[in-house]
Design a binder for this molecule. Sequence first.
Ligand code: NAD
Length: 243
Amino acid sequence: NLPLDNKHVLVTAAGQGIGRASALAFARAGATVVATDINMDALASLAGETGITTHRLDVLDDDGVKALVSQSGPFDILFNCAGVVHGGTVLDMADKDLDFAIDLNVRAMIRTIRAVLPAMLERGDGSIINMSSVASSIKGVPNRFAYTVTKAAVIGLTKSVAADYVTQGIRCNAICPGTVESPSLQDRMRAQGDYDAARAAFIARQPMGRLGTPEEIADLAVYIAGATYTSGQAFAIDGGWTI
Ligand code: NAD
């Protein structure tokens, strides 16, 4: 028997990075996985993997989320992985970027939770995992105003859902990574001009002296998905950044 046998999982932002690694890890743990993203080219690399089906899903699209859940649900596990990083302080970040971060990092999670939760409640069982970050209410990080605000909100919404439904078989937890090797982290390193210096600075944040891998975060997602005695927690996985 595998830990997630007979479990049906919805993963958002599964095209690359942590979401992709998690879709593969959930499937290896025995689950059937609906791997979704807006980027179908990225998702194509998951097509044909045992236990995984791929669907285009924009988590900003309310009707799209409802349609996906009614066609491919009900789900036992939801992994809300979609998120965006903007640079900037409270003074220099654009309002439109803040609005977009709130929509993608926070409202989209509320949207997917509203779509999957009724069926979880009917069956008295469900595990919701939300992607936060240690850059949140856990730790202030320079030049990450919108990101830190919204990832802190993810911890708040996680605890709120956990508190409301803890007696009805629903668990809701957050994952809070440090710096993890992923395509968008590569973009952020290149955007800084001196790639090697940027990479060294990102690595230096972790006392373990390296970046995390998407697979390490995926292992935690699988663990939380099957962990039956924990809810409302923010699990840091950060190479020692917040020791
Ligand atoms: P990434 O940023 O490289 O990839 C993000 C994926 O999200 C892409 O495949 C993209 O197509 C998809 N996406 C973007 N907008 C979408 C939308 N509207 N609907 C559906 N999908 C959409 O991946 P990553 O760096 O592994 O980040 C994944 C999550 O982990 C994010 O929430 C991020 O904030 C969080 N996180 C990442 C790190 C890190 O260092 N990489 C650290 C802490 C938290």
